[in-house]
Design a protein around this ligand. Structure first.
Ligand SMILES: Cc1ncc(COP(=O)(O)O)c(C=O)c1O
Length: 445
């Protein structure tokens, strides 16, 4: 399709040339994560959940930008709204200048998200999390926060990686772990000592931590569904107990909804499980693909921002294009009493059942688990995995790595962490084609 003809007339693949040029000017030839061993793919265009690379090769895309693409690619209504906004306002300086979509979007979030009395917009999920940490510390006058094994909250020093210290009686700070893909050099000196890190979905571990350190803890920071560590759902009663303990000890509870927000439903994971945190961070699907993130939460905590006791700044906060993208996403999600969500449910139920069946057909026991909009596939005989430890003990990572490589060769691009994202733009023919390719990939590994 788009391969350029050579002087002798045959098509010359553009990917190797782009990869070589990229490697000369970008570390690991790209701008995200660490250098990947996978073959390079340069995307030229996309529609729904299909993409085409610069050499005309077609991929079914189950990553959709690792979550933002709740409409898939190239949704006409979404694009038209962005074009119209682009014609009206291109740049609005940060500070006192605002647009109407900013107000409308904040109103919609307050209407839909249970914990949201107030909203502040930022640009990335990482920033939203850092604002949460600062707000919680200022609100409680305490220093430490709690994070959990298998969760991800952005790339900054104080939340990235580290392993739980399992030694009896050891301080509950994370230990550096060079084997972890999230290990980084160059952290600030005390960043690992700002937080306590414990296993997730484990009431005993949290109770013990609170008993020993509860009055030093400003914040509990968690995903309500461990979407970054195998798509594990909370054990029955776990979130409720976390809520109770935080209230009892005066600890701010934040549910990090950067993946679950507006994907699991308009109320996010907190709406789904009926457990209301004090703060929540949002990103990704909130704006369907444009850069936008937000913090929402209790009015008394947000007083700190209103009075400027806590600073939350950013040149691109509430940028007009992102506001329009967010507002359009909200309107489209609300439409016909959640028709977009019903479509996602229908496609995903079929997708998950077929994945299991195909695994069985090729002699693999697959654990296929997740929540609306995202699921994970593990080579495991477990009926359900509740934690990173369950998966470390009972899932075969080697076969997962082989499947990912085979899928790329067959023309399927899965999300990192064995994740499959389902958008409202996924069509039945694209899903069937994706399943046919998954069938072939499973046959090969
Ligand atoms: C739960 C969660 N929180 C925070 C982040 C960080 O968001 P961003 O990559 O936009 O900085 C992510 C990103 O994957 C995430 O999954």
């Amino acid at each position: 399709m788009s391969a350029a003809p050579s002087s002798r007339g045959e098509a010359v693949a553009r990917t190797p040339d782009l990869a070589a040029r990229a490697a000369r000017v970008m570390p690991g030839r790209q701008s995200n994560l660490r250098a990947q061993p996978e073959p390079p793919v340069f995307i030229e265009r996309a529609l729904g959940q299909r993409m085409w690379d610069v050499d005309g090769r077609e991929l079914i895309d189950f990553a959709i930008g690792m979550g933002p693409g709740i409409w898939g690619h190239g949704n006409r209504e979404y694009q038209d709204a962005l074009h119209a906004q682009l014609e009206k306002v291109f740049v609005v300086a940060s500070g006192m200048l605002q647009t109407e979509p900013e107000v409308q979007l904040a109103e919609r979030i307050v209407q839909h998200v249970p914990c949201a009395d107030r909203v502040r917009f930022v640009t990335t999920g990482s920033e939203a999390v850092q604002m949460v940490v600062r707000l919680a510390r200022a609100f409680t006058g305490r220093r430490h926060f709690v994070r959990f094994e298998g969760h991800y909250h952005g790339w900054l020093d104080n939340v990235l990686g580290g392993r739980v210290n399992d030694e009896a009686g050891a301080p509950p700070h994370a230990l550096e772990n060079p084997a972890d893909p999230m290990h980084t050099e160059g952290r600030a000196e005390f960043s690992m000592r700002e937080s306590f890190k414990i296993p997730w979905n484990d009431v005993d571990a949290l109770e013990a931590l609170f008993k020993a350190h509860g009055r030093d803890i400003a914040l509990v920071l968690m995903e309500a569904v461990m979407t970054n560590g195998g798509c594990c759902i909370p054990r029955p009663g776990y979130l409720e107990r976390v809520r109770e303990l935080c209230t009892e000890y005066g600890v701010v509870l934040c549910i990090d909804e950067v993946i679950t927000g507006f994907r699991m439903g308009l109320g996010g994971a907190q709406g789904h499980y009926g457990v209301t945190p004090d703060l929540a961070s949002f990103g990704k699907a909130i704006a369907g693909g444009m850069p936008l993130a937000a913090v929402a939460g209790r009015a008394d905590i947000f007083e700190l921002l209103r009075t400027n006791a806590v600073v939350g700044a950013g040149t691109f906060n509430a940028a007009p294009m992102s506001m329009t993208a967010g507002l359009t996403t909200m309107r489209m999600l609300e439409r016909d009493d959640g028709a977009a969500y019903r479509h996602i449910d229908t496609m995903q139920t079929h997708f998950m059942a077929e994945f299991r069946r195909l695994g069985h057909k090729h002699g693999h026991e697959l654990l296929v688990q997740g929540v609306r909009g995202v699921f994970c596939v593990h080579f495991s005989a477990l009926p359900v995995a509740y934690s990173a430890r369950d998966l470390a003990a009972h899932a075969d990572r080697t076969r997962s790595t082989r499947l990912r490589a085979a899928l790329i060769e067959e023309g399927v691009y899965a999300g990192r962490g064995d994740r499959y994202f389902v958008s409202a733009g996924l069509t039945a023919p694209d899903l069937e084609e994706g399943l046919a390719r998954i069938d072939r990939a499973l046959a090969r590994i």
